[in-house]
Design a protein around this ligand. Structure first.
Ligand code: CP
Length: 390
């Protein structure tokens, strides 16, 4: 009898315990669901407001977009990439049906033109290629008039103007894009000028996030590389700005005399204050590579060249480069990096100069994935600025 009583009590207690546990579990689950619902609802409402704000916006520098706008763009780019592989290109939604993106090229391109054209095609729109030299500009037609015409014919305009097209003179390309944007009442997208390449930056950070996970606190080395040709600052600035914006520890390694323009250095420093990242400039690329999670080896011009132009200073500039022929990313240099560190490049890479063939073809090189991500990043910029998602 006593034995039964003890057992009965024991079972009663057990049942209460189980009920409480279940109740608690149920309550916790409901709270979690509720929190999840609130979180998802809030973040979707926020995302929609960010996306709505991007309609009609120019992209001339990533500095003029908020971090939330840049993140939303990357989210859309990733979603487009998922759709592309899940649905296949022919079943991608035609968000930009009947929309036209006019691409005005003053300078050549292997990737950018092609990536933008494919992006427009995938989204159901059309990309129109215009070579500046084949327009009436050479006969003195005002940029303002062209901007007003293209605003009628297109829904957004992309412009590329850098390097030989402006005799490498710093600021000349950027000025043209700013002037165009002042008059055109449609989004103006910088497809690379002498100072910036914002859509490239988006594709590059997308790739680093894809390969490295959260990039905050990861070391990214932008390394000057020897080349027998002159190139401006476009992608260097673009990657330095976005990486510091996303909290990376950026190290820019270059020989003396290849310092970057002050405005961009200041911007990068400001970005690190806001993002918690860091920026450092060094003259020893091997020291810079120690523990690096990503490297980008590329040549850029001296400040003197950018000031005087290649027609005046080009020969002297190339002579200066000769002193730094050893600034080339080699296989042995990769041992200095984090063992999972990746090799990036916006391309074109000057193989055998900026970096060895084996480096660019090594399993750690992500250059082709980077080019692919650049296409999706460009698609996202077009989709958002032309209002295909609202
Ligand atoms: N990365 C890049 O802009 O390549 P292109 O100059 O070939 O367009």
């Amino acid at each position: 009898m006593l034995h039964n009583k003890i057992l009965e009590n024991y079972f009663k207690k057990l049942i209460v315990l189980i009920r409480n546990k279940h109740t608690n579990l149920l309550i916790n689950t409901l709270i979690l669901r509720e929190q999840h619902y609130i979180l998802v609802t809030k973040s979707m409402v926020f995302l929609r407001s960010v996306i709505t704000n991007l309609v009609g916006k120019d992209l001339i520098t990533t500095q003029e977009w908020t971090v939330e706008e840049l993140r939303a763009t990357l989210e859309v780019a990733r979603e487009l990439k998922r759709m592309y592989y899940y649905l296949g290109p022919s079943r991608m939604p035609d968000y930009l049906k009947k929309k036209v993106f006019i691409m005005l090229f003053y300078a050549p391109s292997t990737r950018t033109r092609s990536a933008f054209e494919t992006a427009m095609e995938l989204l159901g729109g059309h990309a129109q290629y215009v070579e500046a030299r084949m327009t009436r500009m050479g006969e003195g037609e005002a940029l303002k008039d062209i901007a007003k015409m293209y605003e009628i014919f297109g829904d957004a305009v992309g412009i590329r103007i850098l390097d030989k097209a402006i005799d490498y003179k710093y600021g000349e390309g950027h000025k043209v894009i700013r002037e165009f944007a002042k008059h055109a009442n449609v989004p103006v997208i910088n497809m690379a000028d002498d100072q910036e390449h914002p859509t490239q930056a988006l594709g590059d950070i997308m790739t680093m996030e894809e390969k490295l996970g959260n990039v905050r606190g990861k070391k990214f080395v932008i390394m000057w590389g020897y080349a027998p040709v002159i190139r401006g600052y476009s992608s260097i600035h673009a990657d330095m700005l976005i990486a510091t914006r996303f909290g990376m520890d950026v190290v820019v390694a270059h020989p003396p005399g290849f310092e970057l323009p002050e405005k961009y250095v200041e911007w990068a420093k400001q970005n690190t204050k806001e993002s918690g990242g860091s920026i450092e400039f060094v003259n020893d690329y091997r020291r810079a590579l120690e523990g690096a999670h990503a490297v980008f080896p590329r040549s850029w011009c001296s400040r003197k060249l950018a000031e005087l132009g290649a027609s005046k200073f080009g020969e002297e500039e190339l002579r200066i480069y000769q002193k730094y022929r050893d600034w080339r990313l080699k296989m042995e240099d990769l041992d200095l990096m984090d063992k999972h560190g990746i090799i990036t490049h916006v391309l074109p890479v000057l193989r055998g100069y900026e970096a060895d063939d084996e480096v660019m073809d090594s399993p750690r090189s992500v250059i082709y994935e980077q080019a692919e991500n650049n296409m999706f990043a460009k698609a996202a910029v077009l989709l958002l600025t032309m209002g295909g998602l609202v």
